[in-house]
Write a protein that binds this ligand. Structure first.
Ligand code: ZN
Length: 678
C-alpha cells in the first residue's frame, strides 16, 4: 500500500541502517512518478507537482483527505498498532507500568463484543445523576462533574498562560456547548447550513431514540437541544473574531465573575474543582457567559436535563455500543466530513489511546522510531531557518530600526522543541480496567483534565507539549514563543534522512518556516519576545504590516472551492502569512546551505530550485472530499491544500524564475497584486 521507494527508504534511514550524508548518490529527490507531466508548472503547478499520484491513489473510503503525507500519518498508526497489539497480548502485571496501562486500555477498547453487549449501560449512572437533580442549583453540581470528564457544556474551564504575565498560568473560561462545527452552522441562512441544521436535528433525534426515548419525545428533545444551542451560538463570537487575541482577553476577579453570571453557583463550582476563588482568571467571551446565565434563569429544568444528556451522549458516543458509534459516524464523519466508511476498530482504538494516554504510548513510539540523528538534522535546519528569518526581517525596507530591534529580540527567544518532551507525564495512577472500556476511557479523560487543571495558579511549565509525539503535525505557541515538531511529522514525505536537501527544505523546511512566520503573522505579531500580548510596533510599521497582510486576505478571498463558496481571507490569514513567509525563508535557507558546496545535480531535468518547489507541492498537495473542503472553508483557519500550494508560490519571484514563467502565467500574480509580508 505504501509507495515503495520513498517510505521504504525512510524507514531504513530512520532506523539508522542507511547513511544520511548530504550529497551522497543514494539520496533521492522529488517523486518524479507523482508528477503530471502534461500539466504546465506555470499554469497548474498543483497538478504538475502531484497530479499523477492523486489520479492513481483515490482517497480511501475511511478518509476525508489523502496524500503521501496523510498516508504517512496512517502508516504511523500501523506502527502504534503493532506496539499496542504486542503490549496488550503480553498483559503486563506490573501495576501502573506503561505497558500495563496502554496495553489494558487498548485491550479493553478492542473487546468490541463486551462493549456492544453493554449497550448504553455505561452512561445510565450519568443519566440518573441528571434526572436526580431536583432544581437548577442541583443540576449545577452535575455540570461541574461533567467537566471532570471533559464534557464541557455549556462552558469550559481549563488552564491558560496569562497573556499579560506569560510566566504564570490562570484559569480560563471558554465558550463551549455547541455540537455543530461553529456558530454559523446555527445562524446562517445559506441552503447548505439550513440542510446541516435539518440533518443535525434528525441526528440528535436518532441518538435519543437509541438511548431509549420514544419517537415523539426524541423529536421534541432534539428541538430543545437545537433551541438552546442556537441561543448559545447567537452569543458566541465567530471564527474570524476569535482569531483576535484581544477579543478573548478579559481578566476578572471572582467577584466580577459572580456579577457577570449571578445565577450560577461559582463558589460551589470552584470548590468542586479544587481551586481557590483567589486564583487569577480570564473569561474568553463575557457575552456568552451572560447568555448561559440567562438560560439558567429562563430555560425550564426539564430542558436543561435534555441538553445535558445530549451533551453526554454526543461526547461519549464513540465509546458506546455499535449503534451509537455508527449514528455518530453517519453525521459527523460521513455527512459533515465526507468519509465513506468508518475506520477499522483497531485504528479508532489506537487514536483513542493516543488522545488520552498520548505520552505513555508516545514514549514507546519514539524509543523505536525516532533516532537521535533525526533530531540533530532537524536542529540544524531550524537554526538555518531562524537565521533566514532574521536576515529577512532586517532587510525589510518598510520596517523601522526600532521595530526591527524588538523583532530580533523575539527571534532570539524562539524555543524549538523537536521529537518528544524531555520529561514524560506520569500515568502510573490512572486506573485502567481491562474488562471495562467505558470506565477506562473515563479514567483517561479524568487524567487529561486533572493534568491540565493542576497547572492553574502556578508558574508555567515550559516543558509541556500540546501534541503527542506520534502526531503528524506541528505548531507555534505565541505565549511560549515556541515552535514544536513532534516525532510523527519527522518522517517522509515531510522529513527524510535519505533525501536531498532540496526535498527536505521544500517540505519540512517550509513547515519550519511556516511555524516561525506564525510568530510574525497577524496574531503572533501581537505577542512580544516574552510572550506578552503587548504592542511592540511603531504605529507606522504596524500600519505597513497590516496593509501587507490585507493583500494576502484579499488573495484568499478570491479562491473558490466550488461555485459560490470561497475562502474567508480573514479566517485563513495567519496560516497564509505562515505559508508565504515559510516558503520564502525556507528557500533562502536552502540557497544559503548551498554556499561553498558543489551545485547539487539536476534530477530528470529539474534544477535544485525546481526540486525545492516540487517538494512543497508533493508534501502539501492533498486530495480532499468536497464535504471536507466545505467544512474547512467554514471553520478551519487553514486554506484547503490546493491553495496552500499555489497561493504562496504565485507570490514568489523565486518561483517564477525557477520555472521561467512568463509574467502573464496563472502561477504568477500580476505586479501590484503580488503579496509580500516577510
Ligand atoms: Zn500554521
Amino acid at each position: 500500500m505504501l509507495g515503495a521507494g520513498m517510505v521504504g527508504a525512510g524507514i531504513l534511514a530512520a532506523s539508522g541502517l542507511l547513511p544520511a550524508q548530504s550529497g551522497s548518490s543514494s539520496m533521492h529527490s522529488v517523486e518524479i512518478g507523482d508528477m503530471d507531466r502534461k500539466a504546465q508548472p506555470c499554469d497548474n503547478f498543483y497538478d504538475f507537482a502531484n497530479g499523477t499520484w492523486r489520479a492513481n491513489n483515490p482517497i480511501p473510503p475511511s478518509m476525508s483527505r489523502w496524500s503521501r503525507r496523510w498516508q504517512a500519518g496512517e502508516f504511523a498508526k500501523d506502527r502504534l498498532h503493532e506496539i499496542l497489539e504486542q503490549v496488550s497480548a503480553e498483559k503486563s502485571t506490573v501495576k501502573g507500568s506503561t505497558d500495563e496501562i496502554i496495553g489494558d486500555y487498548y485491550g479493553a477498547c478492542m473487546d468490541e463484543s463486551r462493549v456492544n453487549a453493554r449497550g448504553m449501560d455505561p452512561i445510565k449512572p450519568w443519566f440518573a445523576k441528571i434526572d436526580g437533580a431536583r432544581d437548577i442549583a442541583a443540576l449545577q453540581g452535575v455540570i461541574a462533574e461533567m467537566h471532570d470528564i471533559l464534557v464541557t457544556a455549556p462552558f469550559a474551564m481549563g488552564s491558560q498562560q496569562d497573556p499579560h504575565k506569560p510566566e504564570w498560568v490562570l484559569a480560563d473560561f471558554g465558550a463551549s456547548g455547541l455540537s455543530l462545527p461553529d456558530r454559523d452552522y446555527y445562524l446562517k441562512p445559506d441552503a447548505r447550513f439550513k440542510e446541516a441544521r435539518e440533518k443535525y436535528v434528525a441526528h440528535v433525534t436518532a441518538m435519543l431514540k437509541l438511548a431509549g426515548w420514544d419517537a415523539k419525545s426524541a423529536a421534541a428533545g432534539a428541538d430543545t437541544v437545537m433551541t438552546m444551542e442556537t441561543k448559545l451560538a447567537e452569543a458566541s463570537l465567530d471564527n474570524v473574531a476569535l482569531r483576535d487575541p484581544a477579543a478573548t482577553d478579559h481578566n476578572m476577579t471572582f467577584a466580577q465573575l459572580e456579577e457577570l453570571a449571578p445565577h450560577f453557583h461559582w463558589a460551589g463550582y470552584y470548590k468542586h474543582r479544587g481551586l481557590p476563588t483567589s486564583v487569577d482568571m480570564n473569561v474568553d467571551q463575557p457575552k456568552f457567559m451572560q447568555e448561559f446565565d440567562r438560560q439558567l434563569q429562563q430555560t425550564p429544568l426539564a430542558d436543561w436535563k435534555v441538553y445535558l444528556k445530549w451533551q453526554l451522549l454526543n461526547s461519549t458516543a464513540g465509546s458506546l455500543s455499535a449503534p451509537f458509534v455508527e449514528e455518530d459516524f453517519a453525521f459527523n464523519g460521513a455527512y459533515l466530513a465526507g468519509a465513506k466508511e468508518m475506520k477499522p476498530r483497531w485504528k479508532r482504538c489506537v487514536e483513542s489511546t493516543d488522545q488520552l494516554l498520548g505520552e505513555a504510548l508516545g514514549q514507546k513510539y519514539v524509543e523505536k522510531y525516532f533516532p537521535p540523528a533525526a533530531k540533530a538534522r532537524m536542529q540544524e535546519m531550524v537554526r538555518n531557518l531562524l537565521l533566514a528569518m532574521r536576515d529577512d526581517i532586517l532587510s525589510r525596507p518598510w520596517m523601522s530600526d526600532d521595530t526591527k530591534e524588538k523583532a530580533m529580540a523575539k527571534i532570539a527567544t524562539f524555543n524549538p522543541k523537536i521529537g518528544y518532551p524531555d520529561k514524560w507525564k506520569d500515568y502510573s495512577h490512572v486506573e485502567i480496567r481491562r474488562d471495562d472500556f467505558f470506565a477506562s476511557m473515563i479514567a483517561g479523560r479524568e487524567f487529561v483534565e486533572q493534568d491540565d487543571r493542576a497547572q492553574i495558579g502556578k508558574p508555567v511549565d515550559r516543558g509541556r507539549w500540546g501534541m503527542t509525539p506520534p502526531t503528524s503535525d506541528a505548531y507555534y505557541n505565541p505565549l511560549m514563543n515556541e515552535i514544536v515538531f513532534p516525532a510523527g511529522i519527522l518522517q517522509p514525505p515531510a522529513f527524510d534522512m535519505n533525501a536531498v536537501d532540496a526535498v527536505n527544505y521544500g517540505a519540512i523546511g517550509v513547515v519550519i518556516g511556516h511555524e516561525i512566520s506564525h510568530g510574525f503573522d497577524d496574531q503572533g505579531a501581537q505577542f512580544d519576545f516574552l510572550g506578552r500580548l503587548r504592542d511592540w510596533w511603531t504605529d507606522k510599521d504596524l500600519k505597513d504590516f497590516q496593509t501587507r497582510a490585507a493583500c494576502v486576505a484579499d488573495q484568499f478571498d478570491h479562491y473558490f472551492i466550488e461555485e459560490g463558496v470561497h475562502h474567508n481571507g480573514k479566517l485563513v490569514l495567519g496560516e497564509s502569512i505562515g505559508d508565504l513567509g515559510g516558503a520564502k525563508i525556507a528557500y533562502r535557507a536552502y540557497e544559503k546551505s548551498l554556499e561553498g558546496k558543489p551545485r547539487p545535480a539536476d534530477v530528470d531535468g529539474f534544477t535544485p530550485e525546481q526540486q525545492f518547489f516540487i517538494a512543497w507541492g508533493q508534501f502539501r498537495g492533498d486530495a480532499m472530499r468536497p464535504e471536507f473542503q466545505r467544512l474547512m472553508v467554514q471553520s478551519d483557519p487553514h486554506p484547503v491544500s490546493k491553495f496552500r500550494v499555489i497561493g504562496p508560490l504565485s507570490n514568489l519571484p523565486e518561483f517564477q524564475k525557477a520555472f521561467s514563467c512568463s509574467a502573464d502565467s496563472p502561477m504568477v500574480r500580476p505586479e501590484g497584486k503580488r503579496c509580500e509580508v516577510w
